[in-house]
Write a protein that binds this ligand. Structure first.
Ligand SMILES: Nc1ncnc2c1ncn2[C@@H]1O[C@H](COP(=O)(O)OP(=O)(O)O)[C@@H](O)[C@H]1O
Ligand SMILES: [Mg+2]
Length: 304
C-alpha cells in the first residue's frame, strides 16, 4: 500500500500544490491537513487503537500519517498556536517524521531564539538586543547610534519583511512601534551605498540546492515586499555559513538569509523553517518540491 503523507497547511496555494504533485510523482498519497481541524483525545479507545484515537488527524481516520510535511502553521491566539504545535509535537512523540519539526519551527519563528542559537554556534549574526525593558532597549539603540550604526526593529514573530522599522537617528528612538511588548533590535548591516540586498540560500539536508540575490525597492529585500530576484552562483563561503546555520537550529531544510557588509563579511540574519521558493525557482533551473520530497522520503527512512 502506498505511503500516506499529511501536508500541513490551511491554505495550500502554489507551494502546497507543488508539494502535493511532487509526492504523487513519487507514488505517495498526500492529504492536506489544517491543524485547526486536529484534536487530542486522551483516555478514549482501547489499547490496540490507542494512538489512532488519541490523536485525530482528519483524512487519517484509519491510520496516522506515515510522515508529515509542514507547509504552514496558521496564526491565532497564543493558546491556538501552542495547540497547533502540540499536535506536531505529539506526532513526533509517536515516531512520525515531522518535516520541519515543531521544535525547529518554534526556534525559527522566534527571531530571538534564532539569534541566540546562531551566536552560540559561533555563526556571525548582527548584534541584537531582545527583551521587554524599554530603558535597556533605548540604551542599546543609543549605543549603536553612537557607534555610527543604524538599528532595525523587528516584530519577534515577524515574516515577509512586514512591520520592520529602521531607526537611524536619535529622534526615531521614541517614535517606533513595539510589537506585542517585546523589543527585537538589531544592528543594521550596510550592504551598498545605493541599494540594499541580501542572499537567500536554500539548504536541503546538508546540501545547498540553490541561491539567489534579492534586491529590495528599499532596504527590505523580501520577495513578498517587492524584492527582485537574481540568480547567483553557490559560493563556498555562503554555502558553508548557511549549512552551519541550518545545523544550529536543527532543521531538515531551510531558507537562510545572508547579508554581506561593505568589508565582505557574511552575516546570517534569519533561518526560515517554512520558506517560500517561487522566487528562487524563477531564477534557478530546478524543481524545489522534487528535491524536498526526495529528502523527506530519505529522512522517513532514518527516523526523525
Ligand atoms: N540587520 C539588518 N540589516 C540590514 N537589513 C536587514 C537586517 N535585518 C533584516 N534586513 C532586511 O530586512 C529583510 C527582512 O528581515 P528578516 O530578518 O529576514 O525578517 P523577515 O522574517 O520579515 O523576512 C531582510 O531580508 C533584509 O533585506
Ligand atoms: Mg527573511
Amino acid at each position: 500500500m502506498s505511503k500516506h503523507i499529511a501536508l500541513v497547511t490551511d491554505d495550500p496555494g502554489w507551494h502546497g500544490r507543488q508539494l502535493h504533485d511532487a509526492f504523487l510523482r513519487k507514488g505517495y498519497k498526500c492529504t492536506n491537513v489544517s491543524l485547526a481541524d486536529c484534536y487530542i483525545n486522551v483516555g478514549c479507545g482501547d489499547d490496540t487503537e490507542k494512538n489512532k484515537n488519541t490523536l485525530y488527524i482528519p483524512g487519517f481516520e484509519d491510520s496516522l500519517p506515515d510522515g508529515v510535511f509542514v507547509r504552514g502553521v496558521q496564526g491565532g491566539t497564543l493558546e491556538e498556536v501552542v495547540f497547533y504545535l502540540d499536535v506536531l509535537h505529539a506526532l513526533h512523540e509517536l515516531n512520525i517524521l515531522v518535516y520541519n519539526s515543531a521544535r525547529a519551527i518554534e526556534r525559527s519563528v522566534d527571531k530571538g531564539m534564532t539569534s541566540f542559537l546562531l551566536d552560540q554556534a559561533g555563526i556571525l549574526t548582527p548584534p541584537t538586543w531582545v527583551g521587554n525593558d524599554v530603558h535597556q532597549a533605548y540604551s542599546f539603540i543609543r549605543r549603536e547610534l553612537a557607534l555610527g550604526n543604524k538599528v532595525v526593529a523587528k516584530p519577534l514573530f515577524g515574516s515577509q519583511g512586514k512591520d520592520l522599522q529602521l531607526i537611524s537617528k536619535a529622534e526615531d528612538i521614541t517614535n517606533f512601534k513595539v510589537y506585542n511588548k517585546i523589543y527585537y533590535l538589531q544592528r543594521f548591516i550596510t550592504t551598498g551605498d545605493q541599494s540594499a540586498f541580501d542572499w537567500r540560500v536554500f539548504v536541503i539536508g546538508d546540501e545547498v540546492v540553490a541561491c539567489m540575490k534579492r534586491e529590495g525597492m528599499d532596504w527590505i529585500s523580501n520577495v513578498a515586499n517587492g524584492g527582485k530576484c537574481y540568480s547567483a552562483m553557490i559560493d563556498d563561503q555562503f554555502a558553508s555559513i548557511s549549512k552551519r546555520a541550518v545545523r544550529a537550529v536543527d532543521m531538515h531544510y531551510a531558507g537562510v538569509d545572508v547579508m554581506q557588509d561593505l568589508h565582505g563579511k557574511l552575516w546570517v540574519t534569519e533561518v526560515n523553517s517554512i520558506p517560500a521558493w517561487k522566487g528562487l525557482e524563477s531564477v534557478n533551473n530546478l524543481v524545489v518540491a522534487d528535491k524536498l520530497v526526495e529528502n523527506f522520503i530519505n529522512s522517513m527512512g532514518v527516523g526523525n
